[in-house]
Every structure is written in C-alpha cells, then in structure tokens.
Design a protein around this ligand. Sequence first.
Ligand SMILES: [Fe+2]
Ligand SMILES: [Fe+2]
Length: 170
Amino acid sequence: MNGASTTRARLETLDLDVLHWTPDLNLGIEIIDGQHRRIVEYHNRLHEARTRGDRKVVAEVLDGLVDYTQSHFSFEEAVMAAAGFRLAATHRSRHEQFVHRLGEYLHRFALGEDIAGEVQETVKLWLLNHIKREDREYAVSVRNNLDTARLQQILRDDETARAMVVQGRS
Ligand SMILES: [Fe+2]
Ligand SMILES: [Fe+2]
C-alpha cells in the first residue's frame, strides 16, 4: 500500500459519520438483527450519496430507507402481537411517530430542501437508540415464545398483507 492509499484508508476508518455494527445492537433474533443491519447499511449509503453530492442517488436511498423502515416496523409489530408482548401498543405508537417524521423529511426533500444530513443524524440517534432500548424490551418475549419457523411465517404473511394493500385488494 502506498502512502496516499494508506492515508485514505485511515481517513475512511476515521469517518465518524459511517455507522458500524456493534454487539449491543444484536437482539439475538436473526431475522430482526438482519433487518436492523440493513437499516444501518441504508444509513451508510445515504452518507456516501450525500458526500458525493448526488441528489438522484440520495433520492433513491431515501425512498429505500423509508420503505424498508416501514416494512421493518410492520413486521416487528406483527411479531410483538404474536408473542403477546405487553407493551406492543406503546411500541407501535413510537414507530408511528417516527414514520410521521420520515414523511415530513420526504415532503421537504420533494420541495427541494437538503434534508439528507438531518435524516442521517435522525437514523443514527433515534433508530439506534430505539433498537438498543425499546426493541430490546420485546426481544426476550419474542425469543421465548416464537421460533424461527414461526417468525418466517409471520414475515411471509406480512409481505402478503402489504402487497394486497398496495394492489388495493384490502
Ligand atoms: Fe427494530
Ligand atoms: Fe421497534
């Protein structure tokens, strides 16, 4: 490795805006941990697109991030209900507040505002905290009451339900 690329590699590792997966984000539920990892990836892709100043890619990543986060919330809510988690309603309203906030960002973006940095910060602060605290609250109940096969079934049912809504059949 020559001097320039060593310096670049060092700068990349030092980029504090890139999120790295840390063990305290693991809930020990494979499907959900995988979804959370994907949200972290979306955050990093948003950061990259923003750094490059590519508004078209920023728009694509924002859409993907919002869509994926909503799907994840919907799945998590179905899982909490199936596990009989007692704080499911409170958790759901936290999700709804966040989705509302994302909707506002998308609206401002459509009006031409540069909100990608704010979204990035929000994902970093709100979502990571949500995973570490609130998502962790349901983890024990889900691990004790649902096995992987049941979780996969819920995921399939949830995808079907969402596809039906999109197609206006529900
Ligand atoms: Fe989550
Ligand atoms: Fe959640």
